[in-house]
Design a protein around this ligand. Structure first.
Ligand code: AMP
Length: 186
């Protein structure tokens, strides 16, 4: 669902400080598998807006089986946001981490249940590889729960490392684990 009709930020024009000279289109994935899952996703979107992130579009919400991690976790609710930002990638990461913390997220177990998980999937066509931040997100192209909602928003978007479109990457994935749409709008 598109939220407004602002033009896409086409290229990433970063100053030496890492702060972009123009708004940048980025994609953020959201996931929750504890408590009021849909409410956590809604709160995340609202809080990102309060932090100056402009929400351009929200994918539908999908329900997905947990991948990896401890057994007997609840299913995840997952969605992707297309956003416009004027902050650096690292500032965006800090903002996402602040939103996670406000949702009561605790890092008790690797890949364990979490109230809220925010990942930066793409930041224009930038490739970033530091100990703290990797963009494009290194596992996005192998996850149906990421590619399916991303394809709802931007099927023709090309992964800057793999060189294939989101739609093409989605076609390469196995059907399982399946994802199932639970809400078109939210
Ligand atoms: P997680 O526990 O899955 O939320 O992973 C969070 C960790 O991944 C943090 O320490 C981040 O610094 C790191 N990280 C690396 N790349 C990204 C990314 N693209 N988006 C979010 N977190 C990232």
């Amino acid at each position: 669902m598109k939220h407004n009709s602002l033009p896409h930020a086409l290229s990433c024009d970063l100053s030496s400080s890492g702060v972009p000279a123009h708004p940048i289109t980025a994609y953020i994935s959201l996931g929750s598998n504890m408590g009021a899952r849909l409410e956590f996703l809604r709160c995340a979107r609202t809080e990102l807006e309060h932090r100056g992130v402009m929400i351009r579009a929200s994918s539908p919400v999908y329900c997905t089986e947990p991948v990896g991690g401890p057994p007997q976790q609840d299913d995840f609710y997952n969605a992707v946001l297309e956003v416009l930002v004027t902050c650096s990638p690292l500032e965006l990461l800090r903002g996402c981490q602040g939103v996670e913390q406000n949702a009561g997220r605790e890092r008790l177990q690797h890949w364990g249940p979490r109230t809220l998980d925010l990942d930066i999937l793409l930041y224009a066509d930038r490739i970033i590889s530091t100990s703290e931040l990797q963009v494009p997100h290194p596992r996005m192209w192998e996850r149906r729960f990421v590619l399916e909602p991303l394809a709802d928003l931007a099927p023709q978007l090309v992964h800057p490392i793999v060189g294939k479109s989101v739609a093409a990457l989605l076609q390469l994935l196995p059907e399982s684990p399946r994802v199932c749409k639970v809400a078109e709008t939210w």
